[in-house]
Design a protein around this ligand. Structure first.
Ligand SMILES: [Zn+2]
Ligand SMILES: [Zn+2]
Length: 181
């Protein structure tokens, strides 16, 4: 996942548009940083933005969209989703990288031989932004503990069969809540 800066330097302009697209095989996979439950699509990492020259330094200002597949934590079905986050970084010459303060939240990107290697910083950002809970939809009802079908599956009649003593209704609700992810 590389940005070539050659065109930017030769254009002599103060900003340089970027519209890049990467697959996980372009490097993100190899870092081992991407959570295993996040299956990033082919060409699923899209970076749009620009490189700006501000005073005597450069910065990358961009939005990254990641298209991925995951398994729903409640109903266990695979689904596709995407996430978008801002990815802004200062850009420094590689030998100056060490000057960055340790406590700075975001390490600047280093230019080496006219290129910026985004592989590690971008994989790290994806890992940080990745949702910790995957839901096929916000109100996914999950699976019926009795028949294993989705709770809103019309063929699941399990709850109808059981007449529950109202005194136990509260207890049932508590159990239901605690079994949800
Ligand atoms: Zn689900
Ligand atoms: Zn059922």
């Amino acid at each position: 996942m590389i940005i070539e800066l050659g065109d930017f330097f030769s254009s002599q302009k103060s900003s340089f548009p970027l519209d890049l697209c990467f697959s996980p095989e372009d490097g993100a996979d190899a870092t081992g940083m991407i959570p295993a439950d996040l299956i990033i699509k082919e060409n699923g990492i899209v970076l749009k933005g620009e490189i700006r020259s501000v005073g005597d330094y450069l910065s990358l200002v961009s939005a990254v969209t990641v298209k991925y597949g995951a398994l729903c934590d409640r109903c266990l079905e695979p689904f596709d989703a995407e996430m978008t986050f801002e990815f802004d970084r200062q850009i420094v010459a590689s030998q100056k990288r060490g000057d960055a303060r340790e406590d700075e939240e975001e390490e600047p990107l280093a230019v080496e031989e006219g290129k910026i290697d985004l592989t590690e910083p971008l994989s790290e950002a994806i890992a940080l932004e990745a949702p910790t809970v995957h839901l096929c939809r916000e109100d996914c009802p999950g699976l019926c503990p009795t028949c294993g079908k989705k709770r809103d599956d019309p063929t699941c009649k399990c709850s109808e069969k059981k007449e529950i003593d109202p005194r136990f209704e509260i207890l049932k609700k508590l159990l239901d809540n605690s079994s949800e992810v």
